[in-house]
Write a protein of this length. Structure first.
Length: 146
């Protein structure tokens, strides 16, 4: 089991480069706050992928963990659940690289204000759309729901 975990955690040079870029902080021009995109760590167990500290990632991006899970499972066409420790368990095998990209896309669309770039936003859900409200510049953006 230990050997298996080691192999799963091993990254190719290109993946390492990609992960280095994934740590590039997102700047908030309104407050100068640097927002570090959390890097995803995964463990493959059988046909499942465990996303470690998923609850913490959702907390860092200030979004509901169930909403973030819903986004990921829809994009991956997988089933998912969150365990008691706050890890996300996905059916199927997915690389940390793929999950990192989806997380960044989620942040760009559903966290960052498209008007001023602030990450101090709230997401309001209605039936067919989401409304992203910026706490820095008060802009409201209507987004497709998922
Ligand atoms: Zn804004």
């Amino acid at each position: 089991m230990k050997e298996l975990l080691k192999r799963v955690r091993g990254y190719s040079y290109e993946e390492l480069l990609d992960r280095a870029f994934s740590r590039i902080p997102v700047r908030d021009p309104s407050k100068g706050v640097v927002f570090e995109v959390p890097s995803i760590e995964t463990i493959a167990v059988g046909t499942k992928t465990i996303v470690k500290s998923f609850r913490n990632i959702a907390h860092v991006v200030s979004r509901d963990e169930k909403l973030l899970m819903k986004y990921l499972v829809k994009e991956l066409a997988a089933a998912g659940s969150i365990d008691e420790a706050g890890n996300l368990i996905l059916s199927g095998r997915f690389s940390a690289q793929v999950l990192d990209k989806l997380l960044r896309r989620f942040i760009d669309t559903y966290v960052k204000c498209p008007t001023c770039g602030s990450i101090h936003t709230v997401l309001e859900k209605s039936k067919k759309t989401f409304k992203l409200k910026c706490l820095a510049c008060s802009a409201e953006t209507t987004l497709p729901s998922f």
